[in-house]
Design a protein around this ligand. Structure first.
Ligand SMILES: Nc1nc2c(c(=O)[nH]1)N[C@H]1C(S)=C(S)[C@@H](COP(=O)(O)O)O[C@H]1N2
Ligand SMILES: [Mo]
Length: 312
C-alpha cells in the first residue's frame, strides 16, 4: 500500500502544504494562459511636456520600468507583474471620490482622462528597498479631481484603495496566502490632504508616451515623488476623504518598518538596511539618496515644525 502525504506528515504542515499545492497548481494554469495571450502593447497617449517638473537624469529604459515592478497583487517577484499582468482588465473602470466631500463623484475612466490637460512629467521614483528609476509619467495634479468633489472642512486626509478582485489579481485568491507578501487586500494608501493637494502629486494615466501598462498600475494610479514608492498606489478605484489618518497596507503589515509619512530621507534608516544610498536601475555605482528624493525645495515646508528624524 502506498502512503499518502497525509499519512506521514503532521497535520498542520500537511494543511499548509496542501494550500501551497493548490496555489502552485493555480499558478501553473495562470502561467499557461500567459504564454497563450501575451499582454497587448499599451497604445499611445498624447501629453504636453511640463518643463517645471523634469528631472535632468536620463530616463530609465522602458524595458526596465515595465519588467522590474512591485505590484504584490500579482506576486512578490519583480517579474510577476509583467508576467501575470494580462489578467487585469483596465476597462471598463471607474473611480469613486467620496467620504468627507460635498459632491461625491463616480468618474468613468474616460472622464478621468479628460478632466484636465495631460502633462508629461519626468520624476524620480525611489523605492523603500533602495533602488530608483527616472520615469516620464503622464497625468495631471490629483488636486483637479479632489477640488471637483469639494472636500468639506472636516476632511484632513485622503485614502486610496486599489481594486480588490481575485479574478484579476492572482495573489488575492484565497488559499494563495503568502503569494502577496502577507498584505491585506485591498491595498490601501494615504496622504494628508495638503500633501494630496500639492502640485507634485500626480494622478497618473500613462508613461513613456503610452497608456499605463497593467504592471505599472493601469488604468490610473497616483505618484508622489518625494515619498517611498509604496505610497504611490496602483490601479485605484476609490479616493476617500477622511478626518482620521487612514490605515495603510504596508503599515498594517509591518508598522515598525513603514510609517504613514514615509518621506524619502537618507538620514533615517529602514530597521533592516541603510537609506543613505540607492541603486539606480541601469547604473553600476550607487548614488546618494537625496532628502525628499530631490524635491525638498518644493515640499519641505509641508513639514515645518515636525521632527523629520522620527517622521517615518
Ligand atoms: N496596489 C499596489 N500599489 C503599489 C504596490 C503594490 O504592491 N500594490 N507597490 C508599490 C511599490 S513598493 C512601488 S516601488 C511602486 C512601483 O511602481 P512601478 O512598478 O510603476 O515602478 O508601486 C507601488 N504601488
Ligand atoms: Mo517600493
Amino acid at each position: 500500500m502506498r502512503l499518502k502525504h497525509s499519512d506521514v506528515t503532521p497535520e498542520p504542515v500537511y494543511l499548509n502544504r496542501r494550500a501551497f499545492m493548490v496555489g502552485a497548481a493555480a499558478l501553473v494554469v495562470a502561467g499557461g494562459a500567459s504564454a497563450a495571450a501575451a499582454p497587448p502593447e499599451p497604445g499611445p497617449l498624447k501629453a504636453t511636456p511640463n518643463p517645471t517638473f523634469r528631472v535632468e537624469d536620463p530616463p530609465t529604459k522602458y524595458e526596465s520600468a515595465t519588467t522590474y515592478n512591485n505590484f504584490y497583487e500579482f506576486g512578490t517577484d519583480k517579474g510577476d507583474p509583467s508576467r501575470r499582468g494580462h489578467t487585469l482588465r483596465p476597462r471598463p473602470w471607474s473611480v469613486v471620490v467620496d467620504g468627507l466631500v460635498a459632491k461625491p463623484q463616480r468618474l468613468d475612466i474616460d472622464e478621468v482622462l479628460k478632466a484636465a490637460p495631460l502633462e508629461e512629467r519626468i520624476y524620480a521614483l525611489r523605492c523603500v528597498e533602495a533602488w530608483s528609476m527616472i520615469i516620464p509619467w503622464i497625468g495631471y495634479p490629483l488636486s483637479v479631481v479632489l477640488k471637483r468633489a469639494e472636500p468639506t472642512r472636516k476632511a484632513k486626509y485622503v485614502e486610496f484603495t486599489t481594486l480588490k478582485d481575485p479574478e484579476q489579481f492572482p495573489a488575492q485568491k484565497p488559499g494563495l496566502f503568502g503569494l502577496g507578501g502577507g498584505l491585506d487586500w485591498p491595498y490601501t494608501e494615504g496622504l494628508r490632504l495638503d500633501e494630496a493637494m500639492h502640485p507634485l502629486t500626480l494622478l497618473t494615466l500613462g508613461m513613456y508616451g503610452k497608456v499605463l501598462p497593467n504592471q505599472n498600475g493601469a488604468p490610473v494610479r497616483v505618484v508622489i515623488p518625494w515619498k517611498y514608492g509604496f505610497k504611490s498606489a496602483k490601479s485605484i478605484v476609490r479616493i476617500r476623504l477622511t478626518e482620521e489618518e487612514p490605515k495603510t497596507a504596508w503599515n498594517k503589515a509591518a508598522p515598525q518598518e513603514y510609517g504613514f509619512y514615509s518621506n524619502v530621507n537618507p538620514t533615517v534608516d529602514h530597521p533592516r538596511w541603510s537609506q543613505a544610498t540607492e541603486r539606480r536601475i541601469g547604473e553600476f555605482r550607487r548614488r546618494k539618496t537625496l532628502m525628499f528624493n530631490g524635491y525638498a525645495d518644493q515640499v519641505a515646508s509641508l513639514y515645518t515644525g515636525m521632527d523629520l528624524k522620527t517622521l517615518y
